[in-house]
Every structure is written in C-alpha cells, then in structure tokens.
Write a protein that binds this ligand. Sequence first.
Ligand code: C2E
Ligand code: MG
Ligand code: MG
Ligand code: MG
Length: 276
Amino acid sequence: VIKEKHRNNYKLFESSISENFKSMLTMESELRKALSKDQFEVHYQPQKNLKTGKIIGMEALLRWNHPEKGYIPPLDFISLAEKTGLIIEIGDWVIKEACIQNKTWQDNGYTPAVVSVNLSAKQFHQKSLVEKITSILEETGLAPEYLELELTESMAMTNEDYILATMQRLRQLGVWVSIDDFGTGYSSLKYLSLFPVTKLKIDKMFMDGTQKQNRAIVKSIIHMSHSLNMKVIAEGVETIEQLTFLEEEKCDEMQGFFLSKPLPPEQFSKLFATSN
Ligand code: C2E
Ligand code: MG
Ligand code: MG
Ligand code: MG
C-alpha cells in the first residue's frame, strides 16, 4: 500500500513538472514571437519634482500585449526572460524605444525630462552594455543626461570591481544611475559610498505611513541620500497624506498612482502637456 501511494505521488509530481515545463517552453516561444510580432509596448509613469511641481522624468515600464491574453504584467514574464537570456534582446528594445520616445517628446517641444529604464542583472553584466548604450544614444539623438538606468540592490553584491568600472563608464558617458526598490534588497551602505549612484528610489513598501517605523525609514533614506549627494525619489505614492509627508521631509521627487499610473505614450503626452 505504501509503495503504491509513493508511486502515485511520484506520478503526480512527474506530471506537474512536465506541465510546468511545457508551459515554460510555450511561454519561451511566445516571448520570442512577441519580439518579432511587435507585441511589446512601453508605458510611461510620470515623476514629479516636489519643489517645482513639474514633471521632470518618466519611468519606462514594459508591457506585453498578448493577442489572446491581453496585457501581461512584467513580473509574470521578466524572470523567464532572464533565465532564457531573452531579456537581453527585450531589454535592448526597451532602451531604444524609451530613447526614441523621449527624443520625440523633446522634438515636439515638451519640457526635457529624464526617461528611466529598468536594467536586470543579466543586462548590466553584458560586456557590451556601455557600447550598446552609447550607440543607442547616437542613433536616437537623445542626449545622455536624459537617460537614467535603474539597477537593483541585488546586483551590487557580486563582482564589485566590474560593477564599479561599468557604473563609472556610464557616468562618464553622462547617463544617470539609480538604485531601484531601495531598502528591500541586501543593501550594504558601503556600496553607496563606493558606487557613483546618482539617485535612490525608495521602495513603495515604505509608503505605508500607518507604520511608524516606515516613516522613520523614509526620513532616514532621504537624509542619507542628501548627505551622500544623491537625489531621492519615493515610489508608490498613492495618497495626499503620503505626498504631504514627503514634501515635509524634503524628498526631491515622487512617482505613484496619486499622480498617475503608467500610461501609453499618447496618454502620457496629454498629461505632460497640461501639467508642465
Ligand atoms: P519597478 O521598477 O519598481 O516599477 C514600479 C512598479 O510599481 C510598476 O509595476 C508600477 O506600475 C508600480 N506602481 C507605480 N506606482 C504605484 C503605486 O502608487 N502603487 C502601487 N501599488 N504600484 C505602483 P509594473 O509596471 O508591473 O512593473 C513591475 C516590475 O517589473 C518593475 O518594478 C520592474 O522591476 C520590472 N520591469 C518593468 N519593466 C521592465 C523592463 O523593461 N526591464 C526590466 N528588466 N524590468 C522591468
Ligand atoms: Mg523601476
Ligand atoms: Mg521600484
Ligand atoms: Mg524593480
């Protein structure tokens, strides 16, 4: 009886693995198709300077507009894209698309703003990253000071020398470098003084101001950023209370649903035109 039971469990296990594997393979081929069939889009979420009230930047966020399933959020496919290496091609496309769009806004007379693009660890560690960014900027005509690359804390832990050298080359090029989701990874404060980071993005989990500790953490991150000559932006701002707190604490910038959710370019243009 026991043996029988084990055998059944094993079968169950085996079939669920192959189911997963099948859907992963399907998804991988669908991801490839998405690239060749233009199913990816970039949406833009505005970022506002809290002193001037102006939109001074926008985060480029990838969207997969699947012909049957509709919009698939990035967290549902980025990690597979990472595992399969497809993130390189997808990521190259996002950077280029974001630069083209930002240059178009500038050419159409909108106030120049910085577009920020998320980079996964695999993208950051490509040997050709800096050359790629350089040629995308040349091709699109976007000046480097209007591009920011968002890195996460997790990649700052391995290969210190290489990361430092790459960040320095990016900064020499004139591109900005920020740390995304700050406070949720393995932050080592040592890296903040070592790496030429220009901005910290306070993770949205700290915006829940009903938690007293969160307010203390946000205050400290703002203080620390300024002491280290970095800018600081709060992510995930959803309420007027959160915004008021950030203004009182002299946070430089904000991003969140309170201002706007990420928008397709045409809709972003409307908001951009009326708010600046
Ligand atoms: P992220 O870079 O931290 O981006 C912010 C995420 O928070 C976005 O989710 C955005 O829609 C969401 N958000 C913005 N404001 C608010 C708010 O007020 N409240 C709440 N609850 N959420 C808010 P999204 O677009 O689903 O992206 C999720 C993550 O996927 C991003 O987190 C980023 O890590 C990754 N991602 C997105 N696009 C790309 C890309 O082109 N390349 C790479 N490597 N990763 C990307
Ligand atoms: Mg981000
Ligand atoms: Mg974030
Ligand atoms: Mg992130």
